[in-house]
Each structure stands twice: as C-alpha cells, then as structure tokens.
Write a protein that binds this ligand. Structure first.
Ligand code: TA6
Length: 301
C-alpha cells in the first residue's frame, strides 16, 4: 500500500501518520499527548519510544543502517518464529525472519486514555513459507501511551501443532552501563553464552562490566532496569514469557558489528521478553499464543 493510501485508511489526527523514513522505509509516526514513537512497517519494528518530557526509553543506534531486508540496530526487533540460530538449519537467519520482512497495517485506533493503538500483520510470501511451513498467522499489537505495550500474537490456523521460539529483543536507552543494574532475575538459572554455553544461577542484581549474553530460564517476575544516571527505573513486565535475555556486546563485539559506533554499547542494554531454548512454546491447532511486554519508566528518588 502506498504512503498516501496508508494515510487515507489509517492516519488519525493527533495520533498517527505514515511517511517515508530513513533508508526509504515506510514508518508510522505516532505522536499523542503521552508519548512519541516511530514504527517501521518492515519488521513491525518499533524504532523509538519516548514518553513526553522524558529521555527516550528505547535505544536506537546513531549508526543504525536502514535498508530493505536488513535488521535495524536498536528499537524492538521481533525474533520469530525462532530465537537465536535455527534448531536444524544453520543457513536460515538468526532470530527468524519476522524482523526483516514486510508487515501490513491492519488497524489504528485512538484509545480513551489518550494512547494510540496499532495492529500489524506479517505478510506471508513464498520465502517466509519456505522457512516456516506451518499454517499460522502472526500479528503485533502496539499501544503507545505513557507506557509502551507490545503483544505478539501467534495463531495456529492448521491441523498440526508447531513449536515456537520468540523474543521482543528490546534495546533500552540508559545513561551509562556503569550506572545501571537489573533486578528481578535473582535466583534464576541462565545459559551464559559468553565463551561457551554454561548453565549458572544469578546471584543478586545484574551489573554489566564486560560482554553479557544470557538466556534466563523459567522466569516470571517483572524486571527493573535501575539507572542512577537518569534517576529512573524502567519496568519490563511480561506475560506468557518464560525466558528473559540480557545482552550487552561490550567493546570488541560492538566494534565488529559495525552499527554501534564508538562506545555505543555504553548507552544501551537489551532486556528481552522471550520464550527460548527449553521454554519454547507448543501452539496447538486452533490455539492462540500471546507474548506480552509492557515498558514503563518511573522516577527514582
Ligand atoms: O539476544 C542476544 C543475541 O542473541 C546475542 O547473541 C547477539 O548477537 C544479539 O542477539 C544481536 O543479534 P543480531 O542478529 O541482531 O546481531
């Protein structure tokens, strides 16, 4: 659909318009009385989220590359229908294909509380069907208000069950990694992916002083990103999510990736709401599975 068709069908004054964004990507530009957000139709990728009068909550690399078919460094990449490498075929893209293919806009709505609601649906093609030969649909529901609520909805429309891995791979904007700690995962087992894959147990809050790449398993609580530099706490509240991934590439890996920029790793941390590794989900015929994350920021004394 062209940008003018999108605006005719889905723009709402005081809430959302559609335009050409960086790299020629079509974006939904949300601006209401509570927050602003930019969402690319490629990947239904939430690129920014900034509550009114605050620092951005979501981090987007200043060196992000925007191009058709390429994942954007930052924002909320959607890992679907698998997380990390594919279980049996190493030639398939890491974290699945949902973040790099086109999604349609299905609905926009102004909410009674001033938030803006948007619903996107992944566009199936021969290429997606070749990678995921299961009868299914996947939609992303986003509410942009004083909090950002994201719901990834997978439906099994076929006659066979399938196994799904998924993550909302959210990059958070922090003042400095040295001024940040993450609580809520104390006592959880995790797979430490730095230098092998060892199973460990989290003791105390998470402090990041070197590369961190961990999949926490069988989780349930809210996670709090406490940032003494910005004097704020970002709350990550998940539903139907049994894993959490915490990632910061640190210097060497970020330099190799080429889209972080110098010292880029210092201003971000990924805290991902997920179902991964032993927490993958079986979706039965006719069933719907809904992965939910709500991100809100609170001032710290
Ligand atoms: O979620 C953490 C992780 O899987 C890391 O291992 C790291 O490589 C990262 O995601 C980024 O992956 P990407 O494919 O976006 O470069």
């Amino acid at each position: 659909m062209s940008i003018s068709d999108l605006n005719q069908r889905f723009a709402i004054s005081g809430h959302v318009t559609f335009k050409e964004g960086p790299g020629g990507l079509t974006v939904a530009e949300v601006a209401n009385g509570l927050a602003a957000s930019t969402i690319a139709l490629q990947g239904a990728h939430i690129m920014t989220f900034t509550p009114r009068g605050q620092e951005p909550v979501v981090w987007l690399s200043k060196f992000a590359k925007f191009a058709p078919g390429k994942s954007i460094r930052g924002g909320v990449p959607i890992c679907w229908p698998w997380f990390g490498p594919h279980a049996t075929d190493a030639s398939l893209p890491g974290h699945g294909f949902a973040r790099t293919v086109m999604w349609d806009v299905l609905e926009t709505r102004a909410m009674a509380d001033g938030a803006t609601f948007l619903r996107f649906g992944l566009v199936e093609t021969d290429a997606t069907r070749a990678q995921w030969p299961h009868a299914s649909t996947v939609q992303l529901e986003v509410s942009v208000g004083s909090a950002l609520r994201v719901e990834l909805v997978t439906r099994n429309t076929g006659k066979e069950s399938f196994v799904l891995g998924e993550a909302l791979h959210t990059y958070f904007h922090i003042s400095d990694v040295a001024k940040m700690k993450i609580s809520g995962l104390e006592g959880c087992d995790y797979l430490d992916k730095v230098g092998g894959t060892a199973r460990k147990t989290q003791e105390g809050a998470i402090v990041i002083e070197s590369e961190v790449d961990r999949v926490y398993l069988n989780t349930s609580a809210d996670y709090l990103i406490e940032d003494s530099g910005f004097k704020r706490r970002i709350r990550v509240a998940g539903q139907n999510a049994r894993s959490a991934v915490v990632w910061n590439p640190w210097v060497e890996k970020a330099d190799k990736m080429g889209d972080f920029g110098p010292e880029g790793h210092r201003g971000m941390v990924c805290v991902e709401t997920a179902n991964a590794v032993e927490n993958v989900v079986t979706v039965k015929p006719g069933e719907e599975h809904r992965l939910v994350a709500t991100y809100s920021a609170e001032t710290m004394a």
